[in-house]
Ligand binder design. Structure first.
Ligand code: ZN
Length: 360
């Protein structure tokens, strides 16, 4: 049976291993040796994502989490404070996604105690999920047989199941005007920052509708107080759970850039819009939802099916034909220095995962 003390110990040990995106080797070594000790066959694909399998009954189910964290995430000092785990305030906690990793490890430990039986399991721990789902995009899907699964990477308790998530397009633009001395010959300059400001002022931004958002998160430009700024750089994104609306926002973005460019013919505007992941919608009566629902029912919990505005590895898994859906891992305030993990909810996650592994 999932054990709270052992689970919290594992979670704290995982949190104390630094693993900002791109630096997952130490986490990889730790989880690989733990999975092997539990009797799983541990492999890596060419991107060094961890793929481990355990024989058992029926079609395999995939249990997934990611090994990396956002910054500031080095030298994290987790403290237990009234049933909640938090950092000392100078870093994130890293509950995203260490709670997901700890849930899977504790559930396997509990479910594989002697005398029980289990479903066939595939564990997938990806690298570099934060900032682009990079590990999932590089995952060797030929090594995975599961058609359904669970991504332990959501906010709140484990009965929060995310059945719908948006597509995301990333927008970058480089604007090149002309430098000139601001005091001696300003009329010879073309300010890239003014062009960027005109574009920013016209773009549809913020919450566009219930399932569509857009943001320019970074504007950089200029060199010195007394030089007309020659270069500006915009970095942003837009998302929608409806791909037609996504295409509509893209058209509006392009027409704003074109319209402003047409008034500054001597400037150069390079715009790039790239899709980073695809939206998904999982039916409430799908097998993956039923698997999680059965496990929750045994614990007296009702599933809550939700839509999100965020992306996760699930977007890539589902696009590749594995209906793996995110559930809550007991963590709140992802990506902040006040991030917390509610211990009772992390335990519920491990209990749910254990029930899935047992096939009960
Ligand atoms: Zn995460």
């Amino acid at each position: 049976m999932a054990d709270q003390e052992r689970l919290v110990r594992t979670l704290i040990e995982m949190i104390k291993i630094d693993s900002p995106s791109g630096e997952e080797d130490a986490m990889d070594r730790e989880v690989s040796s733990r999975l092997a000790a539990l009797g799983l066959k541990v492999s890596h694909d060419s991107y060094n994502n961890v793929i481990a399998s355990l024989p058992g009954q029926g079609q395999p189910v995939m249990l997934s989490a990611h090994l990396d964290t956002v910054e500031p995430g080095r030298g994290i000092k987790p403290v237990i404070d009234g049933g909640v785990l938090r950092s000392d305030g100078s870093t994130i906690l890293g509950g995203d996604c260490k709670a997901g990793v700890a849930i899977v490890l504790e559930a396997l430990t509990a479910a594989l105690e002697p005398g029980g039986s289990n479903r066939a399991i595939e564990v997938v721990f990806t690298r570099h999920e934060e900032g682009g789902l990079v590990g999932a995009h590089h995952l060797d899907f030929s090594m995975i047989k599961s058609k359904e699964g669970i991504v332990f990477d959501g906010e709140g308790p484990p009965n929060r199941i995310c059945v719908s998530a948006p597509s995301q397009n990333v927008v970058t633009a480089t604007i090149t005007g002309r430098a000139a001395h601001a005091g001696l010959e300003p009329e010879k300059g073309i300010s890239a920052l003014i062009i960027a400001a005109e574009i920013l002022g016209r773009l549809p931004l913020g919450r566009i509708d219930e399932e569509t958002t857009a943001n320019i998160g970074r504007l950089e430009g200029g060199l010195k107080r007394n030089i007309i700024p020659e270069q500006a750089f915009l970095d942003g994104e837009f998302r929608s759970r409806d791909n037609e609306k996504l295409a509509d926002v893209e058209r509006k973005f392009r027409s704003v850039f074109d319209e402003v460019a047409s008034r500054y013919r001597e400037a150069k505007i390079d715009l790039e819009i790239v899709n980073t992941y695809q939206a998904y919608h999982v039916a409430a009566d799908s097998q993956a939802v039923a698997t999680i629902g059965r496990a929750l029912a045994g614990m007296g919990l009702e599933p809550i099916l939700e839509s999100t505005g965020g992306g996760s590895d699930a977007n890539v898994f589902i696009e590749k034909g594995i209906t793996a859906i995110p559930v809550g891992i007991g963590v709140r305030d992802f990506h902040t220095t006040w991030e917390t993990a509610v211990i009772s909810e992390v335990l519920l996650g491990a209990q749910m995962c254990e029930a899935v592994i047992r096939g009960t």
